[in-house]
Design a protein around this ligand. Sequence first.
Ligand code: SF4
Ligand code: SF4
Length: 374
Amino acid sequence: MLYKVLSLADALSQDFPLSKVMVDLRSLDGVDLDALGSIGAGAILRVDGDLASPLPMLHSLTMPEVVASGDVIRVHPSGQVNVLYRRGANANTLFATERCNSRCLMCSQPPHEEDDSWRIGEMIDLLQLIDHDLPVLGITGGEPCLLGEGLVEVLRAAKRYLPNTVLHILTNGRLFSDRAFVRSFDQAAGQVVWAVPVYSDNAIDHDYVVQADGAFNETLNGLHNLAERGHRVEIRCVLHRQTVHRLRELADFAYWNLPFAEHVALMGLEPMGYARSNRDVLWIDQLEYADTLNQAAAYLWRRGIAVSIYNIPLCVLPDQARPFARKSISDWKNVFAPECQGCTLQDSCCGFFRSAGDGWRSRGIQPVGLRAIA
Ligand code: SF4
Ligand code: SF4
């Protein structure tokens, strides 16, 4: 079951279906549960279970601070609770599928070939319970486009329940080489930003990185087909030893061949999944490519293409590149190193992935300026 957790006041004033609302009574006593049941509330959340309830009751959470008002949770019959949407988080993402048609060397979420099409229904249910003023919602995988018509249905539901939310969908774009497939997404044009990785200016390097012959041509055709139907696209490149050597050429290629891209994201590696097992072919200290990265970002920016640098700490970037850097790491994955104590840039720095131990950190990490520590 999915539930929207809401305070009693929010449950009564907001327009989420009451049967899907779990009223948070952890700091409220004396509520008439029969009355709550009679208006159709779905369940209640309490600190402990010392109360007979006419409504399904979730209680005695082992980590009560994890569930907050506004969140959407999945409750298993076993009592296990997953938070699927977190109100106020700096990023919320729907996980579309574990399947993928590529096997990228640095995939942080290695694919599994199980039928998980049940996720389609769950995503549609979840969309009804997400706050209507959410500016951006991510969709990721695996490869979301493998859901086919299922993804079309999800986007239809998003348009209905979250018409003002931009959907940022990570896809390798290969299936968009089929123009009929692209046309099935016409209704989503404008609401979706398709974030598509291009790892090089040539097919050999790109296909090696994604471990799939023909992928470069499919992705490039897909990008053009999307643009032709009026879709918004972002180009992404994950930075590692197999991509940084032609980063300048990639910027040039993107400018000349993908001028419709509204944004280019140049991203540090997340050391998870295949990235860990392929460390030997991927690892390069960020200091070694910081100047190239700066040149590539400046090249695009000077030509009017919005560009961002993700997941690279500010202290390893040249001064001129720092304005492109974003606080890009989701709050629940984000940590800082002991060296960061007192650094004047910490508030605007992305820091590190929690999964990045010392072995994945640049030798260039050092505090910039020093501020007094209370
Ligand atoms: S990185 Fe993305 S496209 Fe590549 S294998 Fe993983 S899920 Fe598939
Ligand atoms: S020392 Fe830490 S906070 Fe400061 S710029 Fe480097 S990584 Fe960021």
